[in-house]
Structure formats: structure tokens, C-alpha cells
Design a protein around this ligand. Sequence first.
Ligand SMILES: C[S@@+](CC[C@H](N)C(=O)[O-])C[C@H]1O[C@@H](n2cnc3c(N)ncnc32)[C@H](O)[C@@H]1O
Length: 311
Amino acid sequence: MTTRWFNHAPVLAAETVAILREVPAGVVLDATIGGAGHAVALLDVAPQLSLIGIDQDEAARRAAAERLAAFGDRARVVAGRFDALDSILDECGVSKLSGFLFDLGVSSPQLDVAERGFSFRLDGPLDMRMDPSAVLTAEAVVNTWTVDRLASAIRIGGDERFAGRIAKAIVAARPITRTEELAAIVVQAIPAATRRTGGHPAKRTFQAIRIAVNSELEILEPSLRAALARLSTAGRGVVLTYHSGEDRIVKGVFREVTTSKTPVHLPVPEVPAPYRLIRPITRTPGAAELESNPRSRSARLRAIERVGVAA
Ligand SMILES: C[S@@+](CC[C@H](N)C(=O)[O-])C[C@H]1O[C@@H](n2cnc3c(N)ncnc32)[C@H](O)[C@@H]1O
């Protein structure tokens, strides 16, 4: 069960499992199986569940399949992007879900292998594709997007206040082919006084370009809605986000589906909303987790449950 070559610590694992282990018997979808840390922890304590895990990264799928082998036919790992979850579940013959998990963003091995091009600390090609067979690379984004498009991507995906300056500096320095070059250009574009605060100055820009390369924000809302639509009564969903852009999307969708649509000014009985928010005691990593896994720093957990009559 060690699979040492794929080293990723699952974030908020105890909190996630505590929520998902309560669901009725059936199938749970892990839309971002990664190294299967959450999946193993859940299957270990919830004998009523089986699991389908999706990942677009071949290395993650191999690690997950290895770790899940002990669960036999209770676990299956499938290649794909989670916006194809409807067709993936249909092909697996699964119409309803007892639960789902989206643990968004990248895994530690993606960041730690220089050749994948995700890291501002390790020199590598400007790649950043979670699915190495996908067409769009970071090199294409950095070298072909207009200043405005780059600035907007860096602002939205990185919450970067110097997005405009950084985008202009990138365009002026083209062609750029290595992560080390890009990191240096970004650092130079940020005013010296600001560079010393808030971690590595290139971190936010690298995050934003990765988000653009993998269409992370565009596909999140439709994928969440698809997973919610498949939840059976008392089924639950957990989403772990790692930056404000994705958290806003999850919060918006969850708020909408947990709000009753009955107009308050009409004398008609209220139709309850089909889902309710689960408010866990812990939504962010505590001191012990932050100490053992600093990469969990920006994590935030949101959870939801389907209520009412089975659809
Ligand atoms: C944070 S890691 C998940 C870690 C996992 N929960 C664990 O415990 O090991 C995110 C994983 O999701 C995958 N991923 C991210 N976005 C995806 C998408 N849209 N479709 C499929 N996989 C995705 C990444 O390749 C990565 O392996």
C-alpha cells in the first residue's frame, strides 16, 4: 500500500471521510482520485460503499489502481476529465451516486517532478498539463495569448494584483520555454517591496497559468451540477478547494441548490430545496495538518447532502 513513487498527503482526510462514510450503500465518485489517499481511507471504514475514481493524469491513475487493488471490485479507476463524468458513469452502468468528492488542483507529484513544468522552483519545460496528451501547454499560453488575455487569466486564476505588469513583461520577453525563465520574468515584473511578502512572487502566476492550461475554472460548475444531479437521497458531496476563484464557484452552486425556489411573497406552501448544506466543525486544516503538510494551507472544505424524495 505504500506506492512510494507517488507521494501525496490527502488534505482534510478525517473530515472528508467523516462526512462521506455516513451515506447509504452504493457508489461514490472520486472525481480527482490522485494517489487515492481519500479513497482508501473511505473504503476502509465504509463497507457499504464502492468507488469509481477519475483522473486525467496517467501517473495518478497507476498509483491509485495500485493502492486500491486491495479492495478488489469495490474500486475502479477510469481515465478522463471530470467534466465527462456523466458519460464515464453511464459507461460504468452507474446511474445514481451515494456520494462524490472533488479534491481540486494538483497533486504533490505533479509539482515535484520538474519535467511536468508545474513548479516555479524546479527548472523544466513550460508544460503544466495534468493530462500529458492534451493539446494546450503552458508554453502555448505564455507565448501566444494576448496581453489582455494573459492579464485576465493571471488576475482571475492567481488573485494577482500585478497581473497587467506581469502579462506585459511576459509578452516582451517572448519566446519563453522554461519554468525558470518564466519565474525570473514574473519576479522582475513585481515591485521590489512587494516581492518580499506572501511567499514566492511567481507562485500566483504559475497557479493561474496552470488553471488556464487545464481549463480548471470553466469545467468546475457544469461538473459539480452533473454530480449533484446524480446524488440519491441522503447522498453527500464534498469539495476541497485551494483558491478563492474555485471556492467562489462551489459556494455559488451550493447556495443556489440549497435555497428554496418558492417565492416568499406568494401564499403557497414552501417547496423545500432539494439539497442542504452540511456545516462541518472544521473547514480548514488545523495546526497539526499545516505543520505536517504545508501544501494544505489554502484548503477549504464544502459539503452538501441531497434531501427529500428519491429522484
Ligand atoms: C489534489 S489531487 C487529488 C488527491 C487525492 N484526493 C488523494 O488523496 O490522493 C488532484 C488530482 O486530480 C486530478 N485532476 C484535477 N483536475 C481534474 C479534472 N478536471 N479531471 C480529472 N482529474 C483531475 C489531478 O491530475 C490530480 O491527480
